[in-house]
Design a protein around this ligand. Structure first.
Ligand SMILES: NC(=O)c1ccc[n+]([C@@H]2O[C@H](COP(=O)([O-])OP(=O)(O)OC[C@H]3O[C@@H](n4cnc5c(N)ncnc54)[C@H](OP(=O)(O)O)[C@@H]3O)[C@@H](O)[C@H]2O)c1
Length: 265
């Protein structure tokens, strides 16, 4: 496989640290943005040092210092951004727009992967408030990337990262309930997990209430609505401008739901 020089921005985060490990394991020359703001966060600092021991290069920089971003980007061919979406949603656009400006100025990047890793926002034009903010934000970032003519890959990971299947698709739960489960939807919708299996949600039980919820919870619940009630992850054909991961990586052995769920026993 052709090797790249990869910069991970957000490399100590939940997804970022896994991408750093994967990039190192694949033998790519791996760089991590060592944000000045990490300061004395000892867990992050120790993680960065451990990545350094494993061969990663730490590059100092900050989103408040444009030239530091340009300098870091000039070292690599590929930039992967994994900055947080959940806690800093409005920041996420601003930070990524700053990154895009820096990538544009650096002018050497062969591929940029923005912090997507969810539902494909281009298919969510009719999403409901307040959940649609997630998709609108990601479309602003996509437009900036495409306006700047930066080569890109958008990764739609759908229901992802242990947040859905383990909790049996119950909003706010990531461990399976031992007592009862409310099945969402009308029984006909399929949901994609990152394991590329269809999870059938069978029940007549309707569950959608936004009363008294925090904004972030309301946003999350709307996502469950689109996924489980509308089937937004499977109600389309992928088309020619995209490719399904199992076609792209046929060598990967996928985990069955049964195997996956054993970890919770
Ligand atoms: N589809 C799904 O189910 C699903 C699940 C999980 C995540 N995701 C997506 O994956 C992406 C990454 O999410 P995550 O859970 O890995 O995020 P995370 O762990 O919460 O945060 C990732 C990184 O964001 C950076 N960050 C946080 N606050 C920042 C700030 N104020 N200024 C600058 N950088 C900041 C930090 O980078 P440093 O390492 O530099 O400190 C942090 O490590 C998001 O787009 C998210 O929506 C999708």
């Amino acid at each position: 496989m052709e090797k790249s020089k990869v910069l991970v921005v957000g490399g100590t985060g939940y997804l970022g640290k896994r991408l750093v490990k994967a990039s190192l394991a694949e033998g790519h020359e791996t760089y991590i943005l060592n944000r000045a703001e990490i300061g004395v966060d000892i867990d992050k600092v120790q993680m960065l040092l451990s990545f350094k021991e494993q061969g990663a290069h730490l590059v100092s920089g900050s989103f408040t210092d444009h030239q530091s971003l340009v300098k870091a980007i000039k070292l690599v061919d590929v930039v992967i951004c994994t900055i947080s979406g959940v806690h800093i949603r409005s920041h996420q656009i601003l930070l990524q727009l700053k990154l895009i400006d820096a990538i544009k100025e650096a002018g050497n990047v062969k591929r940029f992967l923005p912090s997507e890793f969810g539902t494909d926002p281009a298919r969510m034009e009719d999403a409901l408030e307040p959940g649609r903010v997630t998709f609108d934000d990601k479309m602003i970032v996509r437009k900036a990337i495409e306006d700047a003519q930066i080569p890109f890959t958008y990764i739609s990971a759908n229901c992802f990262a242990g947040y859905f299947l383990g909790g049996l698709c119950q909003p706010g739960k990531i461990l399976p309930s031992r007592d009862s489960v409310v099945f969402l939807g009308d029984g006909n919708k399929k949901v994609f997990t990152v394991f590329m299996l269809h999870v059938f949600l069978n029940s007549d039980t309707v569950f959608l209430s936004q009363k008294g919820l925090e904004y972030a919870e309301q946003v999350g619940l709307i996502h469950y609505y689109h996924v489980c009630y509308e089937g937004c992850l499977t109600n389309f054909e992928i088309g020619n401008d995209a490719v399904e991961a199992s076609e792209l990586y046929p060598e990967i052995k996928y985990t069955t739901v049964e195997e996956y769920m054993k970890r919770y026993l």
